[in-house]
Design a protein around this ligand. Structure first.
Ligand code: BT5
Length: 267
């Protein structure tokens, strides 16, 4: 990617944004976490053309091929209660979804692509994963004193760019639209959107969570959640203000804090 263009455009959004660009790195999240521990400011952003050890949740691998996607992490230096961390992940998801949808419409005239959020940290297109989000942070005195939002977006991948392991569950914007997308412009749009809409108040937070819900897969449907290797079943009723999933079961409702939502049953 053209790092000079990226640096300039990010500065134009706000001088507060500090960009760290790498052609190759182990993981932008690991580096942004290191920046967090070393007192780097709010809105430091780490961007890489390629990650050699891209990470998913629970030490899973995130495929981050060179020249194909967007792999970046945003350091936010805010005090956040640990119980609100899942809501922050949903906020990232909804703002990214909204930005991609708007950019594809305005720049490429793409009107009918349905892009969905999926609990807890994904963005899907046509039932396949196009984007994953990894939130990490450091807790002192019972509060996160910084968080890192790591974002991986498959942009111009062809099927053969994915491994056999993820080929059937992953997709890219190119595969869904047939258009090669300018990655720098998309990146700038997303960061601008996150920066300008980041919720400053509880009211904004609620508004964005409601938007997340309006675009979420499987709400109101029968679902299964893999929760620490135990399968839990029920109907996906709602999310609460902390981003936890409210699952309705025969004996009443339970709140699920984390897990993998495995499939929905549209019956
Ligand atoms: C995630 O984890 O979805 C979080 C991914 C976050 C990646 C970004 S890239 C920038 C930043 N730096 C990092 O090191 N990470 C962040 P999870 O929900 O655990 O999903 C991981 C699973 O998704 C893997 O086990 C695979 O099955 C699948 N997967 C791996 N690579 C993929 C890809 N490129 N596209 C779609 N699915 C993928």
């Amino acid at each position: 990617m053209n790092s000079d263009f990226i640096q300039e455009e990010l500065k134009a959004i706000s001088p507060e944004i500090q960009c760290h660009y790498f052609e190759k790195i182990d993981s932008t999240n690991s580096y942004a976490y290191f920046l967090g521990q070393n007192n780097h400011p709010n809105w430091s952003i780490v961007i890489a053309e390629e990650q050699e050890k891209g990470k998913g949740r629970l030490d899973r691998k995130w495929e981050s091929k060179s020249g194909k996607g967007l792999w970046f992490s945003i350091l936010l230096r805010k005090s956040i209660e640990p119980r609100k961390i899942q809501a922050v992940s949903l906020i990232f998801g909804e703002l990214i979804r909204e930005s991609i949808q708007t950019h594809l419409r305005e720049k490429y005239g793409i009107q009918n692509l349905s892009i969905n959020t999926k609990w807890p940290n994904d963005i899907y297109v046509n039932q396949k994963k196009m984007c994953g989000i990894l939130l990490q942070g450091a807790i002192t005195n019972n509060l996160y004193n910084f968080i890192v939002g790591g974002i991986g977006i498959n942009v111009n991948h062809q099927s053969s760019d994915f491994s056999e392991e993820v080929k059937n569950i992953a997709t890219s914007l190119y595969l869904e639209t047939g258009k090669i997308i300018n990655r720098e412009e998309l990146l700038i749009h997303i960061i601008q959107h996150i920066y300008s809409r980041w919720p400053q108040h509880e009211d904004n937070l609620k508004e964005i969570l409601d938007e997340w819900k309006n675009h979420a897969l499987f709400i109101g449907k029968k679902i299964q959640i893999n929760h620490y290797d135990k399968i839990i079943e029920g109907v996906f009723k709602d999310i609460n203000e902390y981003g936890h999933l409210i699952l309705e079961q025969n004996h009443g409702s339970v709140q699920i804090l984390t897990g993998d939502l495995m499939n929905g049953d549209s019956k």
